[in-house]
Design a protein around this ligand. Sequence first.
Ligand code: MBD
Ligand code: FE
Length: 309
Amino acid sequence: MPANLIKKDVITALAARAAGLDQPQGNPRLKQVAARLLTDLMVAIDELDVTMDEFWCGIAYLTQAGKQNEFGLIVPGVVLEHFLDLRLDEGERRAGLAGGTARTIEGPLYIAGAPISKGEARLDDGTDDGEVLFMEGQVRAVSGEPIAGAIVDVWHANTMGNYSHFDPTQASFNLRRRIETDEVGRYRFRSIMPSGYACPPGSQTEKLLQAMGRHGNRPAHVHFFVTAPGYRKLTTQINIDGDKYLHDDFAFGTRDELIPRVERITDAAEIHKAGLNKPFARIQFDFTVTKEAAGAPASIVAREHAEAA
Ligand code: MBD
Ligand code: FE
């Protein structure tokens, strides 16, 4: 069958009616977006000559993805979450904002309400015999001024690449904490070195990636939200240097500025001083946040999260 069976203006008119553009009621913004997406979809179907079978295969795929709550995973997998970051970066640049720590995607595995403590915390509950990781740094303004009382909300996977709450074998809020920076803006935590995440075998996300000839792995990483009154919220991650997937992240989250040096401590005296009996890792990473500015796109994103039980 030849492609382009329907004239573009016929498609546009159908989309306009389907989106209620000829009706006074409804949400004007939603109608505008719906009309555009429907137009683009119908044009794509027509130009690519998408068959009935292909179309319904796609609908069945999406239906199942919704049932399995996978849209939060498919979105980064098909680069859309990273794309939204690129738009936010450029919006900030045009609003004159510069100099903050690079952002990168939040991902689908954040749980609000982690335990909060002042200055430092231990994130792991001691049940995972992974490499001990100490991470520390300072939260500062672009001016260099340290920010006391900032909240560093940190979450990461265990040595299996799994996140508490989504992994029933882990205790509630394991590897999730909120740390309030001390008087000189410093935070510090003890945890275990995470492993990279892999999309669940048999998931809709993995099926799609496989059909595209791709894998569903992320390099090991640690997520952060950094917030402080008067400053823009920073959503970011650090990646663990040396990971096989460091520059081959299925979710497109790696940024060169977000790969700190991992120091391996093997000196017996230092190990003893840290209260340990085996070598450990240390990462030093400072966060720089920007002041809130008129005209800048919102840095706080309204997004549904799973709730802690
Ligand atoms: C993750 O841990 C993650 O950070 C992202 C973006 C997607 C899937 C799993
Ligand atoms: Fe993650």
